[in-house]
Design a protein around this ligand. Structure first.
Ligand code: SAM
Length: 410
């Protein structure tokens, strides 16, 4: 068992942690991530710096993730999650005094926050697959008033049955599916907060109980370290190199032929514009991406390196929604419509002879504008087994059970 040395801070008020922590909580309030006094109080009481390894102490009170463990290839394996994200997840779960809560993916900080929120009458269990992380969390929680958090090593896909049922489950690692064990371990009326990969896009979702199933919502964009353990290989999706520094990531979709993509990329870029214009402050891209991801049968994310040299295949920064046929690759493009740089038009860039594909995506951009823009967004229902009978406009996400059914309002 390895142990990590931690700075000991006693309580929230001991300097220098106290002042820096208070400034962080203030920042989270001002930016709207913290909405309630309860969550603000928990963040005040549990200084993040206590859970960040001493060699990374300089990063402890920045509103950013602190990576604490990486794979030999540099892939992040564990972290102390970003404060804005932790605050947002706590606001969503909103645990009450006396609740029993399961955290999946440990580190100590969030478990201590949860423990503060549920109080001495409640109980927090935290499960992590990595023994180093478990030891680090146990060591950081020892000698604090949150030391009775039950930190266990195991695969969080199985939840942790021995301490169930839970009033809330908070998953702090990227999930590719909802596990049945989580639903089985939730108390009646319990809620689940989970960063779920929806056709390759990380979205933070909250599920609350409703007449024998769960209603999901939230859709905030987020990224977490990937889930490890058995079954993780099938979660990773497939990556296709399209050109130098440009690749297509495909999850939960029929796969393209690799050679068809590289052949398509040899065709010059053509563009088709939709007439749909948006202001940058509207933040429409996450919803437009979700619309296309749940409307198009063949869907992937086209991603470029910071300085891609894949010829004229140029995805948007942060990635473009993409689709393909046997000969053609099409993806979302944007262009400025005035000199202020604050208004843009959605369009489609495509490579290959299939102009119909570009037209189809352009039509869907217009359909989003006419039917969904400014609306309430899709409804999402989670069923432990099968959905009763999804309507014709519904889309089943992922494979098998539990089943997630998404429906856009018409
Ligand atoms: C983002 S970190 C958790 C951060 C933490 N909740 C905090 O307080 O900041 C994600 C953790 O999930 C763990 N993890 C990865 N796969 C897992 C699995 N299958 N079951 C449980 N934990 C897993 C990793 O080891 C990592 O420590």
């Amino acid at each position: 068992m390895t142990t990590t040395r931690h700075s000991r801070v006693g309580d929230a008020t001991s300097p220098p942690h106290g002042e820096r922590n208070t400034a962080l909580v203030e920042e989270l309030r001002t930016s709207g991530w913290v909405r309630t006094d309860r969550v603000a109080g928990a963040l005040e009481a549990v200084p993040r710096g206590h859970f960040v390894p001493p060699e990374l102490a300089a990063q402890a009170y920045a509103n950013e993730v602190v990576f604490t463990k990486r794979d030999i290839d540099g892939t992040a394996l564990s972290s102390v999650s970003a404060p804005w994200l932790v605050a947002g997840m706590l606001e969503r779960l909103a645990p009450h005094e006396g609740d029993r809560v399961l955290e999946i993916g440990s580190g100590g900080w969030n478990a201590a926050l949860l423990r503060h929120l549920v109080g001495t009458g409640g109980h927090v269990t935290s499960v992590d697959i990595d023994p180093d992380v478990v030891n680090r969390a146990v060591s950081a929680l020892a000698d604090t008033s949150w030391r009775d958090v039950h930190v266990v090593q195991g695969d969080g896909r199985d939840g942790y049955g021995d301490d169930a049922p839970y009033d809330g489950i908070m998953v702090t690692v990227q999930a590719s599916r909802i596990e049945r064990a989580w639903l089985d371990q939730l108390a009646p009326g319990g809620s689940l907060v989970v960063p779920l990969r929806v056709r390759g896009m990380g979205r933070l979702l909250t599920f609350t109980a409703e007449n024998g199933h769960w209603r999901g919502g939230g859709w905030e964009q987020c990224g977490f370290v990937r889930m490890r353990g058995e079954g993780s290989a099938q979660d990773t999706g497939a990556t296709f190199q399209v050109g130098d520094g440009v690749r297509l990531r495909v999850h939960d979709s029929p796969l393209p032929e690799a050679s068809a993509l590289t052949d398509a990329a040899l065709h010059g870029r053509r563009e088709m514009w939709s007439g749909v214009t948006v202001g940058v402050t509207e933040r429409t891209r996450p919803l437009v991406d979700l619309w296309l991801a749940t409307i198009l049968d063949r869907y992937g994310r086209l991603l470029g390196d910071t300085a891609p040299s894949g010829g004229d295949v140029v995805p948007l920064s942060g990635g473009s929604s993409a689709t393909w046929t046997g000969t053609t690759l099409a993806y979302v493009a944007m262009r400025a419509v005035d000199d202020s740089g604050t208004r843009f038009e959605y369009g489609v860039a495509w490579h290959g002879p299939d102009t119909e594909l570009a037209e189809q995506v352009t039509d869907q951009l217009r359909a989003w504008d006419q039917q969904q823009r400014g609306g309430q967004g899709p409804s999402l229902m989670l069923y432990r087994d099968q959905a009763p009978s999804p309507s014709t406009t519904a889309r089943v996400l992922g494979r098998g059970a539990p089943q997630l059914v998404l429906t856009w309002p018409r």
